[in-house]
Write a protein that binds this ligand. Structure first.
Ligand code: GDP
Ligand code: IMO
Ligand code: MG
Length: 429
């Protein structure tokens, strides 16, 4: 009954989509448990490239049941656009299940996301503008709209009226925007209701029954540990639980059922949006890494900020997620460097810190302490076993493994589904 969580160990875009897709063939269910269409996962299968946002990457594997869990926030228009795009490309989306408890993103939440960012000015978060934060805020504030509300017109009308009683004064008086009407909100949601109805399910029950029956369930995180609302670089975070605990609350499966927690980390680091990033490279080295790694956002197209591997960050991710395995991606991108810097600790105001500071201001001032590992020149993209890698690349991986607190079980050497080498199987047998 393997239950395997796949999550980001850095600031997102580590290659979670590819890692989940690789497990797809051996998986029965893939559940997305947090986030929404702020995520962007690219999966490359031969000549076909798929960019997924709201749907779990497992949807690309025939036979897998993809599940949108209760912890996700759903933009219905995006959901059906993504389903239609995939269907047009021959992907079978008919097994998709959507939790009746998942929250839906209303148009006013997208508006609030954008105007709040503008209002914050220099203190902005750099959100994706998809309404994610305001929708989670409504959930916590107990004025959110859930998938099940779309099937009861009276309840929906009451809830929308209740939400707008709070939103409209803010939109009009604080942000100088027009008031939103209940009718336009209800209409924009209800247009999708009948199409959604057959997909709606008691997904915690479905997933627990599947585990009881010995099926394999993969829990696919959006975002990453350092963007987690509790454990990330708050306030420069997303608004959901992207860490291992979120897999449980966001799916309705208890922690004692989880067998493995797999962290995905790049062989270097990237970040999109604002917030601290100690190993960030500004200038030509950062530009080189961005171009070499194709580091432009899957969702917004924004250039990603780039920097060296930060072992302090991945050690932290190992700890707060109790990682059992790491997937190290994009090793191929580092080919051609003479030396590869890796951060092993920080100094803050002259003090050495070997672990993540628990004070945000310290992290903002953290200066990396680097070790310089030997680089390699050989092309590694054709490597399919660990021994195929040049000695310096092998040493890079084993040194990162020692520094990062978790074994590196899979190494990525290219974007394609097949471009990985497996040192330890991710699915327990
Ligand atoms: P996610 O959000 O964690 O799923 O990651 P993204 O899909 O946003 O970004 C990862 C990018 O790296 C995608 O374009 C992938 O196709 C690509 N990728 C994943 N693994 C590898 C790898 O090992 N090597 C290379 N060169 N690209 C990879
Ligand atoms: P995947 O799943 C990278 C970042 C945004 C912003 C912050 C808050 O592809 O790894 P939000 O719209 O969520 O309120 O924005 O979080 N962010 C991501 N960065 N990858 C992602 O997803 C992200 N999802 C959100 O850039 O800094
Ligand atoms: Mg991404």
């Amino acid at each position: 009954m393997p239950a395997v969580v796949v999550l980001g160990a850095q600031w997102g875009d580590e290659g979670k989509g590819k890692a989940t897709d690789q497990l797809g063939g051996a998986t029965d269910y893939v559940v997305k448990f947090n986030g929404g269409n702020n995520a962007g996962h690219t999966v490359v299968i031969g000549d076909d490239t798929y960019a997924l946002h709201l749907l779990p990457s497992g949807i690309l594997s025939p036979g897998v049941v993809p599940v949108i869990g209760n912890g996700v926030v759903v933009d219905l228009e995006v959901l059906f656009r993504e389903i239609d795009d995939l269907t047009a490309r021959g992907v079978d989306t008919s097994r998709l299940l959507v939790s009746s408890n998942a929250h839906v993103i209303a148009g006013y939440n997208r508006t609030v996301d954008r105007v709040t960012e503008r209002f914050l000015g220099a203190r902005k978060i750099g959100t994706t503008g998809r309404g994610i934060g305001p929708t989670y805020a409504d959930k916590i504030n107990r004025i959110g709209l859930r998938v099940q509300d779309l099937f009861d017109a009276d309840i929906l009308a009451q809830k929308v009226a209740g939400a707008l009683a709070q939103k409209n004064p803010m939109l009009v008086k604080v942000y100088n925007r027009r008031a939103v009407t209940a009718d336009e909100t209800i209409e924009s949601l209800l247009q999708f209701a009948e199409r959604l109805r057959p997909m709606v399910a008691d997904t915690p029950r479905v997933l627990n029954d599947a585990l009881d029956a010995g099926r394999t369930v993969v829990f696919e995180a959006g975002q990453a540990t350092m963007l987690d609302v509790d454990h990330g670089t708050y306030p420069f975070v997303t608004s959901s639980s992207a860490t291992a605990g979120g897999a449980c609350t966001g799916s309705g499966v208890g922690p004692t059922r989880i067998d493995r927690v797999v962290g995905v980390a790049k062989a270097y680091t990237t970040r999109v949006g604002e917030g601290p990033f100690p190993t960030e490279l500004e200038g030509p080295e950062g530009d080189w890494l961005r171009e070499a790694g194709g580091e432009y956002g899957t969702t917004t197209g924004r250039p990603r900020r780039t920097g060296w591997y930060d072992a302090v960050v991945v050690r932290y991710a190992s700890r707060v997620n109790a990682l059992t395995d790491l997937v190290l991606t994009k090793l191929d991108v580092l080919t051609g460097l003479d030396k590869v810097p890796v951060a092993v600790a920080y100094t803050v105001d002259g003090r050495r810190l070997d672990e993540m500071p628990d004070n945000q201001s310290d992290f903002h001032h953290a200066v990396p302490v680097y070790e310089y590992l030997d680089g390699w020149d050989e092309d590694v993209t054709a490597a399919r076993t660990f021994d195929d890698l040049p000695a310096a690349a092998r040493r890079y991986v084993t040194t990162l493994e020692e520094m990062s607190g978790t074994r590196i079980s899979v190494v990525g050497v290219g974007a394609d589904r097949t471009a990985s080498l497996v040192r330890h199987d991710l699915l327990p047998r």
